[in-house]
Write a protein that binds this ligand. Structure first.
Ligand code: NCD
Length: 374
């Protein structure tokens, strides 16, 4: 954990745990999350991919920026753990009537929620919400800053193919300057022991690379044969205020993963992309469909990683928790087999076969609304 994260952690120490940046996690915590993800992958492979681990908990997704896969992925993850979900869509909300982020957070909190998943075009908004909120806050992408669950799902995908990231050579190629995915992945990959080379034209690199233990190259052709992973980024034109490459065609000719270039990669080396892809710009359409291009696995692993993160923050005793139903409260309200119980928070119970819900129990109140008054 970095000094900044430690300071933040102590400042919000009596609140719940949050996942705001990769620097919130040390190597052992990342590895623990990846092992928990193995369990979630197993859950997702069952005929009924659902467990009661977060029954009675509510997650709200608060997305101020366009997203399809990340929002759906978090909502799927929450439902597979039997949490309730609410989705806050900015275009259909009071934000358009001038409501501030703070008022929005207070309003949704008043409905009784346990986790807020937030995406915003400005860096630092999730951290600010964590200061205001008594719910666990998960950063689903803030400006150019961080996208920690993307880095975790990418690390998991690499680990599942290559065994470990230790000593692996990973290139992150393209628009690094505007990329929260690059910033999170650099931290995750290097913390897990990989060697990272950033490959981009100088205009698409941040002005200072000093804090990062990475190499830099402007020549993709020179780097390609030594790679274990070629991680491509989208040209994030919505974040560019000036023309940073002469033309997209020019960019593709130097930094796009064409078929000819992909042929020069080592056997078994992976091609990755966080999506959405611009076929024909950073990656040739046919390359994106090769067997060593693992984008759909990244998406599938995204659900499992987010299940692990939600479980870590809301389901186990590892992070401070509020308002988890006590044995007594749960028994009084809900005698059903799927009610939220402290033992549901034990990962061991996740390996049990999923319980098929008895419709009779669905009508019973399952949520303990007695919240910590804080
Ligand atoms: C990324 C994002 O939004 O930060 N996509 C994603 O989360 N799947 C990358 C991008 O937009 O290029």
């Amino acid at each position: 954990m970095s000094a900044a994260s430690r300071a933040r952690a102590s400042e919000i120490a009596d609140g719940p745990g949050h996942l705001l940046a990769m620097s919130d996690l040390g190597r052992s915590e990342i590895e623990e999350l990846l092992s928990l993800t193995d369990t979630m992958v197993e859950v997702n492979s069952r005929p009924i991919p659902k467990v009661p681990a977060l029954r009675g908990r509510t997650m709200v997704s608060l997305f101020y920026e366009d997203s399809t896969r990340t929002r759906l992925s978090f909502e799927t993850a929450a439902r597979r753990l039997s949490a309730d979900t609410m989705s806050f869509s900015v275009s259909a909300s009071s934000v358009n009537k001038g409501e501030s982020v703070r008022d929005t957070v207070e309003t949704i909190e008043a409905m009784g929620i346990d986790a807020i998943v937030v995406r915003h075009k400005s860096s630092g908004v999730p951290e600010q919400i964590a200061r205001w909120s008594s719910a666990a806050v998960i950063n689903a992408g803030d400006g150019w800053h961080q996208h920690p669950t993307q880095a975790l799902l990418d690390s998991y995908t690499i680990r599942s193919h290559l065994g470990s990231l230790e000593g692996r050579h990973i290139a992150i190629v393209g628009d690094i300057k505007h990329s929260r995915v690059a910033r999170s992945n650099i931290e995750a990959f290097t913390t897990l022991g990989a060697e990272v080379t950033l490959v981009a034209p100088p205009t698409l690199l941040p002005p200072s690379l000093e804090p990062w233990p990475v190499k830099v190259s402007h020549d993709l052709d020179a780097v390609l044969p030594s790679l274990d992973v070629c991680y491509l980024l989208r040209m994030q034109q919505e974040r560019m205020t000036e023309a940073l490459v002469p033309t997209l065609r020019e960019y593709s000719s130097q930094f796009g993963l064409t078929e000819k270039r992909a042929d020069r990669m080592a056997p078994g080396a992976l091609i990755m992309h966080p999506g959405p892809m611009n076929r024909g710009v950073e990656i040739a359409g046919a390359v994106a469909d090769r067997p060593n291009a693992v984008m759909t696995e990244q998406v599938a692993n995204g659900v499992a990683v987010r299940m692990a993160v939600l479980f870590m923050l809301l389901g186990s005793g590892r992070y401070p928790m509020r308002g988890f139903p006590t044995e007594d409260a749960a028994t009084a309200d809900d005698p059903g087999p799927e009610r939220a119980r402290p033992e549901d928070a034990d990962p061991a119970t996740i390996t049990e076969p999923a319980t098929i819900t008895d419709p009779a129990t669905i009508t019973q109140p399952t949520r303990n609304t007695a919240k910590d008054p804080r």
